[in-house]
Design a protein. Structure first.
Length: 263
């Protein structure tokens, strides 16, 4: 169990923030090597570690959003970045409503989604192709609008399909909306904060004793995920300043074909 936690913590810290579906890969690892990724202790480590990485890396953005909420006299602060971040707060709230609602319904009526490797393979190919097509879309905006946020939020609901990738669906939708590569990725990561926070809340509600979930070993593993996550986020944003999403799309297509042919 400890070895599974260590391995999946390292994997989660890297894969969670890439548009390749970390959940889909975990299901494959579980079926190939018998790694247990479904226990409540595992969910605590994975969810809270990822959330910590996002909160630390985007702490400046979060502070500006909080500060922006309290700005009332916008006319005197037209050039202040907090004005734009106040709008971003509203856009993030709007974009998060669909996935939180769908997530609640899925948990209540279905419990978990299907974990068929065939479904993961098909989804990987489909969303890989979609990512490549979306990435060819010209850049129109450097900042999301309420309309874009609503569309991206609806598209994010497709992440409940095993193998779809939450960040991948958001980035794909954002690129279709005309956001640049780094802007689309940053917005997808900011959207992940309320989504993962909601998942953490559900984990807490399912736990018989929430305090017992945070042992010293788990706190260390959460820190590992957070550290690797911060490094991955920074590296991906740097990569996208010079390169496109095509390599990720091609990888997803190859991964999907492999699952369909050999699994």
């Amino acid at each position: 169990m400890i070895n599974d936690l260590v391995f999946l913590s390292i994997f989660q810290g890297i894969a969670e923030f890439l548009p390749i579906s970390s959940n889909g890969h975990m299901i494959v690892l579980e079926q190939l090597f018998g790694i247990n990724s479904s226990g409540i202790n595992m969910h605590v480590v994975l969810h809270f570690g990822s959330l910590l990485a996002l909160l630390i890396y985007f702490s400046k953005d979060i502070c500006l959003m909080i500060f922006g909420i309290w700005i009332h006299d916008i006319k005197k602060l037209k050039k202040h970045p907090a004005k734009r971040y106040r709008d971003l707060t509203g856009i993030l709230v709007l974009s998060s409503i669909p996935v939180i609602a769908v997530g609640f319904l899925v948990k209540k009526y279905f419990g978990t989604t299907a974990e068929s490797l065939k479904i993961i393979g098909i989804a990987s190919i489909f969303f890989g192709v979609l990512l490549i097509v979306a990435d060819a879309n010209p850049v129109k905006d450097n900042f999301p609008t309420y309309k874009n946020g609503a569309l991206i939020g609806l598209f994010q609901c497709m992440a409940f399909i095993p193998g779809a990738s939450r960040s991948g669906t958001c980035i794909t939708a954002a690129r279709f909306c005309g956001l640049g590569r780094t802007e689309a990725t940053r917005f997808a990561f900011l959207m992940a904060i309320p989504t993962i926070l909601g998942a953490c809340t559900l984990v807490g509600l399912d736990a018989p004793n929430f305090k017992e979930l945070f042992t010293n070993n788990q706190l260390i593993l959460m820190g590992t995920i957070a550290g690797l996550g911060i490094l991955t986020i920074h590296s991906l944003l740097w990569f996208l300043k010079k390169f496109s999403f095509i390599s990720f799309g091609i990888y997803r297509i190859i991964f999907g074909i492999f699952l369909l042919l050999f699994m």
